[in-house]
Ligand binder design. Structure first.
Ligand SMILES: Nc1ncnc2c1ncn2[C@@H]1O[C@H](COP(=O)(O)OP(=O)(O)O)[C@@H](O)[C@H]1O
Ligand SMILES: [Mg+2]
Length: 243
């Protein structure tokens, strides 16, 4: 399980995340939904140990992010939308291997895992080609393979389909469902209600770092007496874009 209890993050006087509590179970996809600046990326960075919370606790499969950061990193795979950061001068294989070494995997385990991933993600053909000339979709697959080289139990996605065309977004969405079928713990951030409605079992809506509502899409629709999730979202965050 992934569990956040009263998690806060202050940057000087800005409360980017303010006493946030929620959890994600195995086989569950939870969507962290909020406008730009709501605190989504900061939350994912704290879970992945890239940032330290200024308050509260985060447990990832029983490991505390502050007490056991390297154990936590071993449990987590993270995928960011937007620029994926593949090294152009390295081959797909070398890009992926590099991450395997960061996770302390043996060469034998890395080789075995890359062979598996090449098949699963249909990237055998270009595994040994330099990434510089790869299409966006090919790079996306390298970044997926890199994120799961160590077979993590928990998957974090930060705005996974931002900047992707429809077919590349579909590859990512299928990958997210595959993670669910493997019983992983999945948290994804999004500012798109449509994406969250398509993918998520449960939604956690945040605004200015605070949780404003959570529940299944069905629960929210019935509670707010509307079938339009966009409308419910706007009701809850109160048109904050105009502030
Ligand atoms: N490193 C940082 N230093 C100062 N302020 C930050 C930093 N990172 C994020 N913030 C601020 O924290 C708030 C939440 O940002 P972020 O988590 O990136 O939101 P989101 O991902 O939901 O768009 C914003 O007000 C942002 O400007
Ligand atoms: Mg963000």
């Amino acid at each position: 399980m992934l569990e956040l209890k009263n998690v806060s993050k202050k940057f000087k006087e800005i409360k980017a995340v303010d006493s946030l509590s929620f959890s994600v179970n195995e086989g569950e996809i939870v969507g962290l939904l909020g406008e730009n600046g709501a605190g989504k990326t900061t939350t994912l960075r704290m879970i992945s140990t890239m940032l330290k919370p200024t308050g509260g606790t985060i447990e990832v499969n029983g490991y505390d992010v502050i007490e056991d950061p390297s154990k936590v990193r071993g449990e987590i795979g993270i995928l960011f939308g937007g620029e994926v950061g593949i090294y152009d001068r390295l081959s797909a294989r070398e890009n992926i291997e590099y991450f395997g070494r960061l996770y302390g995997m043996s060469q034998e385990r890395i080789d075995k895992r890359i062979a598996e991933l090449a098949g699963d993600l249909e990237m055998t053909e270009y595994m040994d080609r330099k990434a510089g000339k790869f299409s966006r979709g090919m790079k996306q697959k390298v970044s997926i393979a890199r994120a799961i080289i160590h077979s993590p139990k928990v998957m974090l996605f930060d705005e996974p389909s931002t900047g992707l065309d429809v077919s590349a977004a579909r590859v990512i969405h299928e990958f997210i469902f595959k993670c669910k079928s493997e019983n992983k713990i999945i948290l994804l951030s999004s500012h798109s209600m449509a994406e969250v409605e398509k993918l998520c079992d449960r939604v956690v809506i945040i605004h200015k770092g605070k949780l404003v509502e959570q529940g299944t899409v069905e629960y929210l629709k019935s509670k707010y007496n509307s079938s339009d999730m966009e409308e419910i979202f706007m009701k809850l965050v109160g048109g904050g874009v105009h502030e």
